[in-house]
Design a protein around this ligand. Structure first.
Ligand code: ARG
Ligand code: ZN
Length: 878
């Protein structure tokens, strides 16, 4: 562990590196406990750096064997070396070659950063600062070098030796060992380095690029799992094609490889030419994967592939610019999915996700800007704010400057900055140029944390035939940012007439575009020639990541739900009415009152199950009520999770009572057979059927549970099996136990399926959840060293089970804090991530708030806190 409270890193203190590295030659002698790494670095002083500076290289838990400059060994006196750094006080003032030999222990690497073992394979994870766990290096993204990598290992255990770029040589190395040499011609930062060695199965295919170059495609998985890699392979080809069509981006090596590993801290990693994936996001077959798995794999394969241009060819100058590659690449993968599946449904899913994760983060003590200005531990900034809000800011920019200027700006960015390590300013400057707009104020989206709240008040003047829309924006203080200034908010708006059609928008005597700019604290727009009172449809397609409070009545919203030409706002209208009801109902529960359900709300939800409804995936979204988290965020303070749960449950029961016939009819009508296909239409069909089932089983209704049990037993695909088990798991009783036991019996041998089993039990809102999770932690299928297991059981409990995590007796907090304490030393990154469950603790009612605080303070007082955990705990308590 590092010393107490190291100095934070600040954006304002960025300085170019004093040295550059042009070429890197790496030589790995693989050994489970003593891998030798020889790094030969062609270095020179950076003209932009400090002439005469000492050479200070980063390390992390490293053991130095030797150092030489231009072939001459340096002795100990010439060096200042520790596991964390290597300083050479007087390096040559011109170009030189530095040779460093280190020894590392992949087997002992439980942090899964640097070179480690997963099952019997060797693999690496270097982003953000893992390369320094392999060799001493200028481990910063603005040092770009060309890498040649020689890997030598036992031929039997590691028939496969992979690294970035293309293989240029291989052969025997004596004593049952062999070697391969890889060369990556594209300069890259160290965080994009990768090595994989082991005995894996492979699926191969090829892709011909738009200029006619042939690319070999390879997906590596454990032997016997090859049939589960076909969907990933199809997704690679689709991604390559889409990036050519949508952005004119062509792949740039002769081979593109994806490797699935079972121990991985995150989702996946975009190492140049050699993407390393969490196996959860590669493996899929009709027998083992749900519709959601298929969709996730497609999206994450695309995300990592798209990084080849937004991340690899153009990378970040420093880690404060992380959203330069992540926000942009999320935006690109969202667009890919929208083009392949349903654009409105994808938008709804993304906004649900943004609100659930990013709005929650922005409203609590861990709030930070899309581009942070300070960090203690960069691993803690791979957040929904950097990723998802980062993507929203780009989407909003596109809305604001228009499609053509946006596309031209992207072209300019690729053109101008290819091969560079860039800043957000350089990215935004491209769009300022192509749009001709001043984007100075726009930068506040990157620098100011918090979700802007927009209040809209409207007035129709029947005599003057005008419709006035008045807006006000505020952003509440966030940690370190007490004062906020207005941001540029594009509001896409429509006025819907009594016939349901959009009315013309006339402002100042002329037709107006539907995108209005709210750049001041208040704005007033007056529409003219408005023949009849319109219903305003505000922030169509969620044109900005803001929280909206409007005076549009429930009645008008329900009118929009049936008529708005914008599908997003048809969905949003029902959500808003439901949310208003649920907030009132949760307050009423605490006062022992009941809140009647507006029959028009039930009717609007019921329309999702209408036989006429063609778009099942969209209808399923309409039928899915706001989550308990959505309700808690809306309430914002003195939150009682039990009251929220009760209110939501009551609403589901009321909907069941009112809609029983329609639900039963829909459930029967939506039955299907035939072979499984994960395509969007089939998946949408299944999701609507499950939405009907979920409502039919509301309140533990016996008939509903019987239907769920029948579906569970007769399921012919994993979606139906998992989703029916999930419905059953919400209601204590024999059916629940029977399904869970059956599932474990069938799939006990498959860790990824057992993850679903863990997750469903961990997130069930039943009073025995803590005991269950504790019991499951002791089960043979659980493994504290595997991040997927930990996230499925403890992560799902902390972030997906509001009533039980927030138990009034504090046992839920103690459970999650206890696991984080245990993982603090073995895998601090995963430990810190689990503590994300505490990000909204300050909004709770006083008793729970006190208990959450006790759990956090307990962690804060632990000796040997990792930088990762210490950073989260300290910020959460600040
Ligand atoms: N760049 C990866 C992505 O595609 C994520 C890597 C995160 N790594 C980490 N150590 N936090 O989003
Ligand atoms: Zn990414």
């Amino acid at each position: 562990m590092r010393a107490e409270d190291p100095r934070p890193v600040r954006l304002s203190e960025y300085r170019p590196s004093d040295f550059l590295i042009d070429e890197v030659h790496l030589d790995f002698r693989l050994d489970p406990n003593a891998t030798q790494v020889t790094a030969r670095l062609r270095m020179r002083p950076n003209p932009a750096g400090d002439a005469g500076a000492a050479l200070k290289l980063d390390g992390d838990e490293l053991k130095l064997v030797s150092v030489a400059i231009d072939g001459a060994k340096l002795d100990a006196e010439a060096l200042d070396v520790s596991p964390e750094s290597l300083v050479i006080a007087n390096p040559p003032r011109g170009a030189f070659e530095l040779e460093i030999v280190t020894e590392i222990d992949p087997e002992a690497n439980t942090r899964l950063m640097g070179l480690y073992r997963s099952n019997r394979s060797y693999c690496t994870q270097c982003e953000a600062e893992g390369f320094r766990r392999i060799t001493y290096f200028l481990d910063r993204p603005d040092v770009l070098a060309v890498y040649t990598t020689r890997i030598e290992g036992p031929a039997d255990e590691c028939p496969l030796l992979l690294s970035n770029g293309e293989m240029i040589e291989n052969g025997p190395a004596g004593e049952g060992r062999h070697y391969a040499v890889w060369r990556d011609p594209w300069p890259k930062p160290s965080y994009l380095f990768a090595l994989v060695a082991g005995d894996l199965g492979v699926v191969e295919d090829r892709f011909v690029t738009m200029s006619g170059r042939d690319v070999a495609l390879k997906v590596f998985v454990e032997h016997g799992q090859e049939h589960r890699a076909l969907h990933a392979m199809e997704s690679i080809k689709a991604s390559m094609k889409w990036d050519e069509e949508a952005f004119g981006r062509e792949y740039d090596l002769g081979v593109f490889m994806v490797v699935a590993v079972s121990h991985f801290n995150m989702g996946a990693m975009e190492n140049k030419g050699l993407n390393v994936f969490n196996d959860k996001y590669v493996l899929a077959s009709p027998e083992t994967a749900t519709d959601g798995d298929y969709a996730n794999i497609e999206a994450i394969i695309a995300h990592e592939y798209f990084h080849n241009w937004t991340g690899d060819r153009i990378t970040c100058r420093d880690w404060f610019q992380l959203c330069l590659k992540e926000g942009l690449t999320v935006f690109r993968d969202q667009e890919f999915t929208s083009d392949r599946r349903s654009r409105p449904v994808k938008r709804i899913q993304d906004v649900r996700n943004l609100r659930a994760l990013q709005f929650a983060e922005d409203a609590g003590p861990l709030a930070h800007p899309v581009r942070p200005q300070i960090y203690h531990e960069i691993n803690n900034f791979y957040t929904p704010t950097v990723y998802e809000k980062g993507a929203e800011v780009i989407r909003m920019l596109k809305t604001w400057i228009g499609e053509d200027a946006f596309r031209a700006g992207m072209d300019l960015y690729f053109d101008r900055h290819d091969g560079q390590a860039c800043t957000i300013e350089q990215f935004v400057a491209c769009f300022a140029e192509t749009s001709g707009r001043d984007l100075t104020q726009w930068m506040r989206w990157y620098d100011q944390a918090g979700t802007p709240e927009v209040t809209v008040r409207t007035a129709y003047d029947a005599d003057a035939k005008t419709f006035a829309v008045e807006t006000q924006q505020i952003t509440r203080p966030t940690p370190g940012q007490p004062e906020k200034r207005p941001v540029v908010i594009p509001m896409t708006l429509g006025l819907v007439g009594p016939d349901g059609a959009d009315m013309p928008l006339i402002v100042g005597g002329a037709p107006a575009e539907p995108v209005f700019t709210l750049a001041e604290e208040t704005t007033r727009i007056v529409f003219e020639n408005v023949a009849e009172r319109p219903v305003p449809s505000l922030f169509r397609n969620f044109s900005a990541p803001v929280k909206l409070d409007s005076d549009v009545s429930d009645e008008d919203l329900l009118f929009l739900a049936g008529h708005d030409s914008d599908p997003f706002n048809r969905w949003q209208a029902v959500q808003t009415v439901a949310l208003r009801h649920l907030v009132a109902a949760a307050a009423a529960v605490r006062e022992g009152r009941e809140t009647p359900v507006d029959p028009r709300l039930a009717e609007a939800v019921g329309r999702a199950f209408d036989p006429e409804e063609r778009d099942c995936a969209f209808a399923a979204q309409v039928a899915s009520l706001p989550s308990e988290g959505d309700i808690a965020r809306e309430i914002a303070q003195d939150v009682d999770p039990d009251a929220i749960h009760r209110a939501r449950d009551d609403l589901k029961r009321a909907l069941r009572a009112r809609l029983a016939d329609a639900l039963s009819a829909a459930y029967a009508r939506l039955a299907y057979d035939g072979p499984y296909s994960p395509d969007a239409a089939s998946a949408g069909h299944r999701s609507l059927r499950i939405a009907a089932l979920d409502l039919l089983a509301a309140g533990g209704d016996a008939e509903g549970l019987a239907l769920a049990m029948t579906l569970y037993k007769s399921a012919e695909n994993m979606t139906d099996r998992v989703m029916s088990m999930q419905v059953l798991s919400l209601h204590a009783g024999a059916e629940r136990e029977e399904a869970l036991a059956d599932f474990a019996g069938r799939y006990g041998h498959d860790p990824l399926l057992m993850d679903k089993w863990f997750l469903i039990q961990a997130s069930a809102p039943l009073p025995d959840a803590v005991d269950r999770v504790e019991g499951l932690m002791a089960s043979p299928a659980f493994d504290m060293r595997n991040p997927n297991r930990v996230r499925s059981l403890i992560g799902a409990f902390g972030s997906g089970n509001p009533t039980q995590f927030n138990r009034p007796d504090g046992r839920g907090y103690a459970l999650v804090a206890g696991v984080a304490a245990e993982l603090n030393s073995t895998n601090p990154q995963v430990a810190a991530r689990l503590l994300g469950a505490f990000r909204t603790w300050r909004a709770l009612e006083p008793n729970r708030r006190g208990r959450a605080e006790t759990a956090l303070r307990g962690l804060a007082g632990m000796p040997n806190l990792s930088p990762d955990v210490r950073d989260i705990v300290r910020r959460a308590l600040s």
